[in-house]
Design a protein. Structure first.
Length: 247
């Protein structure tokens, strides 16, 4: 019997005695947390360009809802530095991060962009940042003016003749370092799944027909946060914040 044959037999014997290696376990997908913002009009879910009535007399359609939130915090810890909401683009999602409900029980945020970065060059932010100009798009006024913090646009039908004309635009754009605000909720309710979701509601009916500071859609139709528009700009910011609730 040749030496080579003996070696081959030995290798085969060793291979036969080798224990099977258990397969690698399937990777565990991390849990995620998604904050959604659902627009509504009073007690009705809202879709863009859907017709609602103001005070039973004026038909209105909301055409755009966009806003920035920054320093989104829970338990005193910043969970997300910046988030850009675009209802027409994302269908209600504000942001998604990895985490568990136990680590995100309350919610607080700055409405807008902090003054420390608001006037920075928007092209200098990482491509993944909501502040990068490619992502900000029309939520930036230009390098020297900074970001638009809140953009609510709508149209009303000023002629109550049953013909849906929608002849008057409403343009509410809040920005500049003078107009940021804070929003907070002591508790969030997360659904019971691996991809957890919590919801905030934004009531556009309350935003316009606020019980103490209503917006008159016939005399207060436009603000770009410029000179002479201070009162309406502050009203839009305050009404916006006060029209959110947590589910």
């Amino acid at each position: 019997m040749s030496y080579r044959f003996i070696v081959c037999l030995s290798l085969l014997a060793l291979a036969g005695c080798k224990k099977d290696t258990p397969p690698d376990p399937d990777p565990v997908e991390p849990e995620t947390l998604t904050i959604k913002v659902w627009p509504k009009f009073a007690n009705q879910n809202l879709e863009l360009n859907q017709t609602f009535q103001l005070n039973d007399t004026t038909d209105i359609q909301i055409t755009e809802i966009k806003f920035y939130m920054s320093d989104i915090t829970s338990g005193g810890v910043v969970k997300k530095d910046y988030a850009l909401y675009d209802y027409g683009l994302t269908g209600g999602t504000l942001f998604t991060i990895e985490g568990t409900p136990a680590g995100f029980t309350d919610f607080s945020a700055l409405v807008g962009v902090p003054a420390s970065v608001n006037n920075d060059d928007p092209s200098a932010f990482p491509s993944s940042s909501p502040l990068n100009i490619a992502n900000a798009n029309d939520m930036h006024w230009g390098w020297s003016f900074g970001y638009i913090f809140i953009k609510i646009e709508a149209r009303i039908d000023t002629i109550p003749d049953g013909i849906p004309l929608f002849d008057q635009a409403l343009t509410y754009h809040v920005g500049t370092n003078a107009y940021t605000g804070n929003m907070s909720f002591p508790q969030l309710t997360w659904d019971d799944s691996h991809a957890h979701t919590a919801r905030l509601w934004f009531d556009l009916e309350r935003f316009i027909n606020h019980p103490t500071t209503p917006i008159d859609v016939y005399t207060e139709q436009t603000t770009h946060s410029g000179a002479g528009q201070e009162a309406l700009t502050q009203k839009v910011l305050d009404n916006f914040i006060d029209s959110f609730t947590a589910e």
